[in-house]
Design a protein around this ligand. Sequence first.
Ligand SMILES: [Zn+2]
Length: 408
Amino acid sequence: MRKINPKSFTTATRGTSREINRQIALTLIRTHQPVSRADLSRLMDTNRANITFLINDLLEEGLVREGATGNDAKRGRRPTFLYLNSHQRCAIAVDIRATRTYLMMTDMIGKQLENIVSFPTDLEPEKFIKTLSKLIKQLLEDNEEVSECDGIGLVVPGMTDIKTGKVLHAPTLGWRNVDLRALLREEFEDIPIHIENSGKACALSQIWAARSDMHAHNDLVFVSVSDGVGVGVVINGELIRGKHNTAGEFAHVPLSIDGLPCSCGANGCWEAYISNLATISRYFGKNLSPRQPLSLEAANFTIEDLVKRARTGDGKALAALHLTARYLGLGLASIINAIDPSQIYLGGEITEAWDLIEPQVRDAIKERTLIRDLGATPLRIVPANEYPRLRGAVALVTAPAFAAPKVA
Ligand SMILES: [Zn+2]
């Protein structure tokens, strides 16, 4: 699916489906609300009768509500404003990581409703689903205003089959062909469940974010550096999936053919040089393999600890970060050479050290990009407090209502 650009679109005319007009109307109400029927008919360049017909449908389905009456002194009329009916409906977002899993509840336009909760990820899928279900039920019970849940969106650090809801391979979790949707379906019979790779979901959340610059970045790459590395690629406003929904797995493109062991079973992947474990491993001066249990010392030490030490004058910690930064930049240069995006978004814990590592990352990008303009590709840091992966999980639930169906 593609997003609708609210600043430049062609209104569906005779012969195109009612569904397209509905999605255009919802997108416009979302970006312009509060909006009157008259505004909407101007924006969609269609007559009032069509708008009335469309809005009546949306009101009946509870997707839109009428709010405060506006002032239109010029014409002496007081139009009733339309809003998305976002409050009584919710989305549950779940960010599954190798160490912890995070949950967020939002309304239909992505406004956070409750505090984020988290729990340690149990690598046994059945046990994991049991804990997760309990917490989701708690969230739904605790919020009395919410009458309906539009869906549960789960993002996974691995390859997923979005049709079947299976996790095909999540190296850092050690999951292969885990039918996550079926397990969750046993607990939530009537709620739609969406499962997606975390890098792809992060990229989705950026194209759906209702920001003023949203039309400017139809070609973007999202790179999330964490326990593993996730990458999502958007070209011409559309997330690139490939035949098996595994397109964009730059994390497992080798930086060195016979290099460090990677969680996927191969050697030398980009992830093996830039993941949090890779950086911590460098700090301890050992090759901590993601395929072996960690020593207690390394297991209790986080990337945040390392960044803290680098800030308080620990030269070894700073050197470990600088080397990660160089490898990060080299890999980003390959992505830029291959995709030529107009923007790269970078998320994950490593971004907390951005002021310490930016020069190394940028130098490596400049060194390996094929023409000078590619070396200047804008990089935007997405800080942890924007919760890019949870936002991605929300987008899985809320975005389809605003999506432009694929039209040739
Ligand atoms: Zn790998």
